[in-house]
Design a protein around this ligand. Structure first.
Ligand code: KG4
Ligand code: ZN
Length: 359
């Protein structure tokens, strides 16, 4: 058992297990989970709003907040019941503090504060991206230094982690996030929201490929830029339509996917080498992408890199990952007070554990 598991203190005495009830409402999923010691999921309930937002072709913030209000208390109650734990056995209440839609975040934060206050339990405001990264802790021990490739609807980042709970963002998108670019391309190609999975399937099924540029940016940069590629796709589609030609949907989807995947994989593997990392952690909703998984797996095998990919239920937004990240703070006694509020621009680096804090 490694030190990170912390089931013993420095003197070797057993510590009581930590049961963290976690809440996630940063976007369009309402989720409540109970996680033991940051790694064992007792219950993870997710109420998705995708069907509601489909009608609008994207997430409508006001509608998202209202739906969170409708289900959050029921989900909390159900999670406690399903876990079989008496509420008093909970060690702490964790909640996504940011980034996300401010109105949506606030619903989870208010509910978590109320529960923490009523049960007299500590509160842990948690970073959403730290949650996506620590989803990997639900399936394996994380070995540091590690590199995380975060690919979701709102984020595209390469994060270096020198040790547990310390984050340094070494690369980020300068415009669209990967998932966002997928959804916009999908819309242009006529797929319903959220379009990422449709583009992925069309790309994998296509025998043709429309070549599209690779956007590497300046030499040595770990940043990404996806808006130019997205515009190139939109131009192709518009030109074909204006000329009355049939749009090669599959070929464009494949060309787009190959371009995105090549750059993501290339930069992640280079960061692994440059920082001497032991593991590559893939996370976020776009980790579902078949092309990305296949290419990353093949490259990591060829280059002898250990790759972790959580199962899909922990890649898309969920509260279990928030419970896993919150545990890193909980065991260091880094708690929040009841004054926390939604922070749409919360910094990941700023959420790092304090350097001097004892393990
Ligand atoms: O992480 P996530 O559930 O929500 C955010 O925190 O953003 O990611 C959702 C995003 C959406 O943009 C969706 O289109 C994209 O992930 N996505 C995919 C695939 N599955 C989901 N993108 C490409 N290929 C997929 N197979
Ligand atoms: Zn997310």
């Amino acid at each position: 058992m490694n030190k990170a598991m912390q089931s013993k203190n420095e003197a070797g005495a057993e510590l009581a297990p930590a049961y963290i009830l976690a809440v996630e409402t940063s976007c369009d999923e309402t989720s409540v989970a109970i996680v033991k010691d940051g790694q064992e999921v007792l219950v993870n309930l997710v109420a998705s709003q995708i069907e509601t937002h489909k009608a609008f072709g994207g997430v409508v913030p006001e509608v998202a907040s209202r739906q969170h209000v409708e289900c959050i208390t029921l989900l909390m109650q159900q999670a406690i019941e399903e876990s079989g734990l008496a509420p008093d056995r909970l060690s702490a209440i964790a909640v996504t503090e940011g980034p996300g839609l401010v109105g949506a975040l606030l619903v989870g934060i208010m509910a978590a504060k109320a529960l923490a206050f009523a049960l007299d339990k500590p509160l842990i405001g948690t970073h959403h991206i730290a949650g996506h990264i620590y989803a990997n802790r639900l399936i394996a021990e994380i070995e540091y230094p590690a590199i995380a490739l975060v690919v979701s609807g709102g984020h595209t980042e390469i994060v270096r982690m020198e040790s547990e709970g310390r984050f340094e963002v070494v690369g980020r998108t300068r415009d669209d996030a990967v998932g966002e670019a997928y959804d916009k391309v999908a819309r242009a190609l006529g797929f319903p929201y959220p379009g990422g999975p449709h583009v992925d399937r069309a790309a994998q099924a296509s025998e043709t490929v429309v070549p599209l540029p690779r956007v590497w940016l300046e030499e040595g940069s770990y940043d990404f830029s996806l808006s130019g590629l997205k515009s190139a796709v939109l131009n192709l589609v518009n030109q074909s339509r204006m000329k009355g030609e049939e749009v090669d949907t599959g070929g464009i989807a494949r060309g787009f996917q190959e371009s995105v995947v090549e750059v993501l994989v290339g930069k992640a593997v280079r960061a692994m080498r440059q920082y001497g990392a032991k593991q590559l952690l893939l996370c976020g909703g776009v980790a579902a992408n078949g092309g990305l998984r296949a290419e990353l797996t093949a490259r990591c095998e060829a280059e002898d890199i250990e790759l972790l990919i959580p199962p899909m239920k922990y890649c898309t937004d969920n509260a279990a990952m928030i419970g896993a990240a919150a545990y890193v703070k909980w065991k260091r006694g880094e708690l929040s007070d009841l004054s926390i509020k939604g922070e749409p621009g919360l910094s990941l680096e700023g959420w790092s554990v304090r350097e001097q804090a004892p393990l």
